[in-house]
Design a protein. Structure first.
Length: 481
């Protein structure tokens, strides 16, 4: 038997293929084990390039691999997925055990099994971004046990086909008298040795790679953040930086992690916030979200608040008939201190509000607080409870307090009204200077009764010569009184 086990594996498999002798079954199993334990080319190919997530459990597997004396020297290239996945492991894996697997084939089976598991069942949370020292300690210990590690590549498995500026770190052993081995070096101080396509290659030593990894994976996705898009179906968010890179977050998590930070994203410019899945009884959570938005007052240039991919035109789903009166959507998520006495977003140039049920008073307060640099205003699928005369007050606010050049007003579907049958405004849209003609057109469209005296006055004034001076606002105000 000893002499037979030294035969090449291919030959043993060929022998067992054409025989039914039971005694050879053990030989076949032995040769399968021998295939893992004796063929260096197989093991080198299997472990030369490995991929792990920047998550606690994934790095624990990497640490076990680095502690295995028969496998750690085979690892030459590592990929670290900065998508920070949470995954389910195969039942055969027990990460709570301190001891290493008993044999190479068991370790290989565990690693391959877990790889297949977390690639098939992946969910993304901001809570697993390495914000504490555990990840640093795990990576430090793992790299110390990988003597032949040459490169560490950062990838984004969440969107691998996007044109993302990945980073590859080349490791080297610096001279003994070199001072480049100190840790904590800022990423900008690394020497960029070449750039190929979307891959930036940096040369650094093992002491530098860990702070570089976290500088690239954490700093670039938070400090340099410019866009946040929150997914409406799961309240999961997708974070984009200036390169188009993405990372998913949950609203409760992003609120919890940055609870103590006044402005965790100092470069945030554009924010889209779908609220379609937030029910009326979750007003506290909505208010926390808006208070979170208020932290970006110094940088935010574009704010879009929508109800989600499926606009809630049927507002009875969000505001059931048992609620009397219906809940004011804007009041639900506006903080108590929001009184409209000052501009909350002085740099905001574009504001979009979609699929909402509110009162004129609340909407007017919001618009007054947005005065400043606002140029584009979109109110889409609006349902207003008060009489239509309130829209003239809204338009007067826009006319007097803002330099609006692009205005869009689209009503909710008239055949899907919430309880109380509130007034639904007509569609109004213009792009250009807020001139007298624009004002007349908007007032005209907001007038529900074609024979009203206001409409007659507006039409009359539009036919007057341009040299004729008359204050329309004063006239309308006098008529309303």
């Amino acid at each position: 038997m000893k002499s037979l086990t030294t035969l090449p594996v291919e030959l043993v498999q060929l022998i067992t293929k054409y025989t039914s002798v039971d005694d050879l079954l053990n030989l076949r199993l032995a040769c399968k084990q021998l295939n893992y334990k004796t063929r260096d080319t197989h093991l080198n190919a299997l472990y030369a390039r490995r991929t792990y997530f920047l998550s606690l459990k994934s790095l624990q597997i990497l640490l076990k691999l680095s502690q295995h004396s028969d496998l750690n020297f085979r690892v030459k290239h590592l990929q670290l997925d900065i998508a920070c996945a949470i995954f389910n492991f195969a039942d055969s894996i027990n990460l709570d055990e301190d001891e290493d697997p008993d044999s190479i084939d068991q370790l290989a089976e565990s690693l391959l099994g877990s790889r297949g598991s977390f690639l098939s069942d992946t969910r993304y949370y901001v809570s697993d971004v390495p914000l504490d020292g555990r990840y640093t300690r795990l990576l430090t210990s793992a790299f110390a046990g990988l003597p032949n590690l040459k490169t560490v590549e950062l990838i984004n498995g969440h969107n691998p086909n996007s044109e993302v500026s990945f980073r590859t770190f080349e490791l080297y052993n610096p001279p003994a008298n070199s001072s480049s081995g100190s840790s904590g070096v800022d990423l900008q101080e690394y020497e960029r040795v070449r750039s190929t396509g979307w891959v930036d290659v940096y040369t650094l030593n093992a002491h530098q790679v860990i702070p570089a990894i976290f500088a690239a994976s954490v700093k670039s996705h938070t400090v340099e953040l410019e866009n946040i898009l929150l997914d409406e179906k799961t309240l999961k968010g997708r974070v984009f930086n200036s390169t188009g890179d993405s990372l998913a977050v949950w609203i409760p998590e992003i609120l919890a992690i940055h609870e103590d930070h006044q402005s965790p994203f100092p470069k945030l410019k554009r924010l889209e916030l779908p609220l379609g899945t937030l029910k009326d009884n979750e007003g506290i959570e909505q208010r926390r979200i808006f208070e979170y938005i208020l932290r970006f007052t110094d940088t935010l240039e574009s704010l879009k608040i929508v109800q989600g991919a499926s606009p809630l035109h049927d507002l009875t789903q969000l505001f059931p008939a048992s609620i009397d009166p219906p809940v004011d959507t804007l009041t639900t998520w506006l903080p108590d201190s929001f009184d409209g006495t000052h501009a909350i977003f002085p740099r905001l140039t574009s504001f979009h509000l979609e699929s909402f049920l509110t009162s004129f008073e609340t909407l007017n307060t919001l618009l007054v607080s947005l005065k400043g640099s606002l140029r584009t205003l979109s109110l889409v699928s609006c349902t207003i409870e008060n009489p239509p005369s309130g829209w003239r007050r809204i338009l007067e606010t826009i006319d007097k307090s803002m330099g609006i050049t692009s205005f869009k007003l689209i009503p909710a579907q008239a055949d899907r009204k919430p309880p109380g049958n509130p007034y639904v405004i007509p569609t109004i849209e213009f792009d250009g200077a807020w001139t007298a003609d624009s004002k007349f057109a908007v007032y005209d469209a907001c007038e529900p009764e074609a024979g009203s005296w206001e409409l007659k006055i507006i039409r009359m004034l539009r036919e007057l010569p341009s040299s004729y001076s008359l204050d329309l606002d004063v006239l309308l105000a006098a008529g309303l009184e």
